[in-house]
Structures are given as structure tokens and as C-alpha cells.
Design a protein around this ligand. Structure first.
Ligand SMILES: Nc1ncnc2c1ncn2[C@@H]1O[C@H](COP(=O)(O)O)[C@@H](OP(=O)(O)O)[C@H]1O
Ligand SMILES: [Mg+2]
Length: 257
């Protein structure tokens, strides 16, 4: 099974997710200490497992040192060991995730696999790992008006104006990955972010969202590019395809300030 990059990504994200649940349940830590312990435990486990199963590949992790050797490698894993760190430290919140993506130099550089695990969602009735090995099927929208997923702690001001123009409502939640998976899961219809983020915040969820047939781009409509020298990737749109034109047009007319 681990010969497949898709299934390896899913297994890595799930395994790190289980480790995070354990840290949350048994460490006795809270607040910043819990955040740091989670970040570190998931990062170290993922580094060990990638080295064991894909020793030739490069890695870019939020919690690791960026060696830049990855710029010369054909395959690079882009990992956020714990996205939504704040929500992780607020049990029993479930809006945090593990992101594992694989970038390859083919076709000028592209994401070729990705997985987002949402470990705290895990109960028998709800799928909690989304991955490119079995691309999720996005159900028809159940909402009479569009829903836009926004940060719980720092919703960008322009998204409120965008929501007004679209007649949309805002759905606050933590974690970039959880917000993108909320579009996949028909909990929202769009995630529009600007003002700061890094490649690891969006790589895996964008790979999954694209595989599920959703629209993904930068806010100027250009493609999202990964494994760049500068890993700052401050803006992203993930939405149902039928909303992309309206969203891009709003941003073109009003900007994001
Ligand atoms: N303005 C900004 N600058 C840098 N990172 C940002 C950001 N806004 C959001 N992020 C990152 O995107 C992720 C989701 O944030 P939010 O829940 O507020 O939407 C978080 O990742 P981490 O939890 O991995 O740090 C957060 O750090
Ligand atoms: Mg993150």
C-alpha cells in the first residue's frame, strides 16, 4: 500500500493525527505548552516516517529548518504537522488538521498527492481523512445562499464585503486545511484568504480540493505554485467552480485591503 504516494500521504497524515490526539489526551499540558508539544511530536514523527519510506525525497515542514536542498530535488513533501494549532489547544475543538502534500518537478512543478487528516472528527459516521488517492466527491450544495469559511481568530475585512456582494454568510472556523475541507464537505462553498500564509498551510488541502474538482487559485486568478525559494504564499481561493468568477471579479474591483 505504501508504494502509492497518495496512500502514503493519507497514512502519514492519519498516523501523525493519532499521535496528536494522544498528546492532547495524555500530556496534561495546556495552552502554549500543548501547542508546542503537538507541533513537535507530529513534526518529529513525520520526519522519521518520510525518511524511512521515501529516503530520496526532500521535505519542507513548518516546524523544520528549510535547507533549500529541496530546490534541487525532484520530489518534495510539503508538510504542516499541525494546522490550526490554536484550536488544537482548545479541546474538544475538532477544527485542526495534519497536512501532507507531495510536490514533483514534472510539468514545471506541481502537487501530485495530498492528504488532510482531521483526527478529532474521527467517529464512525464521519470521514476524517481526505486524500487524493480516493478523491472526495463534493455533494451538491445544500445551502440556499453561499457560505464562506473564514478564520475564527482573524477574519480578513474584505471577506465581509465579499460576502455582502455575494449574499453569502460567513462560517468561522480554525485551520486553513479544515476550511478548505469544509468546501469539500458542503459545510461551506468557498474559502478566500489573503494577508499571509505559507506553502504548508495550503499545499495538501489544495491538492485534495483540486482532485475533488473544486476551483483553486491565487486571489489574482493565477495558479498556486509550490516548492518556491520563498515559501510565503499569502493568499488562496478554494471554491465551488460556479463561484470563482464572482469572487475573482470582486477582488479585481475592490482589492483585499
Ligand atoms: N496573516 C497570516 N500570516 C501568517 N500565517 C497565517 C496568517 N493567517 C493565517 N495563517 C496561518 O494559517 C493557518 C490557519 O489560520 P486560521 O485558523 O486563522 O485561518 C494557521 O496555521 P498554523 O495553525 O499551522 O500556524 C495560521 O498560522
Ligand atoms: Mg498551518
Amino acid at each position: 500500500m505504501l508504494a502509492s504516494d497518495h496512500l502514503l500521504a493519507a497514512w502519514l497524515a492519519e498516523t501523525a493525527g493519532r499521535r496528536l490526539l494522544e498528546v492532547r489526551a495524555t500530556s496534561g499540558l495546556e495552552g502554549k505548552e500543548l501547542k508546542d508539544a503537538g507541533d513537535l511530536a507530529a513534526h518529529e514523527l513525520l520526519m522519521e516516517l518520510v525518511a524511512e519510506y521515501r529516503p530520496e525525497d526532500g521535505v519542507l515542514s513548518e516546524e523544520g529548518k528549510d535547507s533549500k536542498e529541496r530546490l534541487t530535488q525532484d520530489r518534495v513533501w510539503i508538510i504542516d504537522p499541525l494546522d490550526g494549532t490554536r484550536e488544537f489547544s482548545e479541546p474538544p475543538r475538532d477544527d485542526w488538521a495534519v497536512h501532507v502534500a507531495l510536490w514533483a518537478s514534472s510539468n514545471g512543478g506541481e502537487l501530485i498527492a495530498g492528504a488532510v487528516a482531521q483526527p478529532a472528527l474521527a467517529d464512525a459516521s464521519v470521514q476524517s481523512t481526505f486524500h487524493t488517492g480516493a478523491a472526495p466527491v463534493v455533494p451538491p450544495s445544500t445551502s440556499p445562499r453561499p457560505r464562506i469559511a473564514v478564520s475564527r481568530s482573524r477574519p480578513p475585512a474584505f471577506v465581509e464585503a465579499l460576502a455582502e456582494e455575494l449574499g453569502a454568510e460567513l462560517v468561522p472556523m480554525g485551520s486553513a486545511g479544515v476550511k478548505m475541507m469544509s468546501v469539500v464537505r458542503d459545510i461551506s462553498d468557498a474559502y478566500v484568504h489573503a494577508g499571509g500564509q505559507y506553502e504548508w498551510d495550503s499545499a495538501a488541502p489544495v491538492a485534495v480540493a483540486a482532485a475533488a474538482g473544486l476551483f483553486t487559485s491565487r486571489i489574482d486568478g493565477s495558479p498556486l505554485r509550490y516548492n518556491q525559494d520563498d515559501v510565503y504564499l499569502p493568499d488562496v481561493i478554494v471554491c465551488r467552480p460556479e463561484l470563482s468568477e464572482q469572487i475573482l471579479s470582486f477582488i479585481k474591483r475592490h482589492g483585499v485591503e
